[in-house]
Design a binder for this molecule. Structure first.
Ligand code: C5J
Length: 220
């Protein structure tokens, strides 16, 4: 076991049973012209964590530990996108509409792809998820269980939407969850801070939190 200094107390990482989960590092969330920008968000906030996320991915690759990448996206006919999701909000462009990077949040469109700095390589798990949480209408749980994974390290965007939802879903399924605080970001810094506080409150009610440097030192 690797003892990772963390909050609210050290996280016992079992290298044989741990996977990195990289949530939605897609062009649609971090680049201008994507879904996040269409909602009026400042995407440059998210771009700041790209080097750290790439570094975390490299840490798992060098140790030959499993990595699961998620993409929030929908089938081209939007049959997996509930109207409640598509019609939410009063902005201009919606899921499925044409944008500068193709149809927003649609599988196979340029905007739905993972940014090159964080792109999966052969052998890594990739799931397309229609919900905010990674377990909603995906076979992600079966993929993790088949590999004997019990511990998950979380990174990606956005902290209070897809990262938090996925982490809570994982916690309810019995996975031990660690959030890497400088490898996740929100369009709203105060929401990120709130999520980190909520995760580790009450003795780690959702899981643990640490930073990349601390995790890397622990894994030396
Ligand atoms: C959002 C996500 N924010 N990946 N998706 O709609 O967090």
């Amino acid at each position: 076991m690797i003892e990772v200094p963390a909050q609210p107390y050290s996280f016992a990482l079992d290298p044989e049973r741990t996977a990195l989960v990289v949530i939605d590092m897609q062009r649609d969330f971090v680049e201008h012209g994507g879904f996040g920008a269409a909602l009026g968000n400042d995407v440059t906030l998210l771009q700041a964590i790209i080097p750290a996320v790439a570094d975390l991915i490299a840490l798992f690759r060098v140790n030959a530990w499993p990595i699961l990448h998620t993409r929030e996206c929908h089938l081209p006919d939007l049959s997996d996108c509930p109207p409640a999701k598509r019609l939410r909000g009063r902005g201009g462009l919606r899921i499925g509409d044409d944008g500068p990077m193709g149809r927003l949040l649609v599988r196979g469109e340029p905007g739905a792809s993972i940014i090159p700095e964080c792109a999966p390589i052969d052998g890594e798990m990739v799931i397309d998820k229609p919900g905010k949480g990674m377990f909603c209408n995906t076979d992600c749980e079966a993929m993790l269980r088949a590999r004997g994974i019990t511990h998950l390290v979380f990174a990606g965007v956005t902290t209070e939407v897809c990262v938090q939802t996925s982490m809570r879903e994982a916690n309810d399924r019995g996975f031990e969850c660690l959030l890497v605080t400088d490898c996740t970001e929100s369009y709203f810094p105060e929401y990120k801070a709130a999520v980190v506080s909520m995760v580790i409150a009450q003795g780690g009610i959702v899981g643990w939190a640490t930073d990349l440097g601390t995790l890397k030192d622990a894994c030396k």
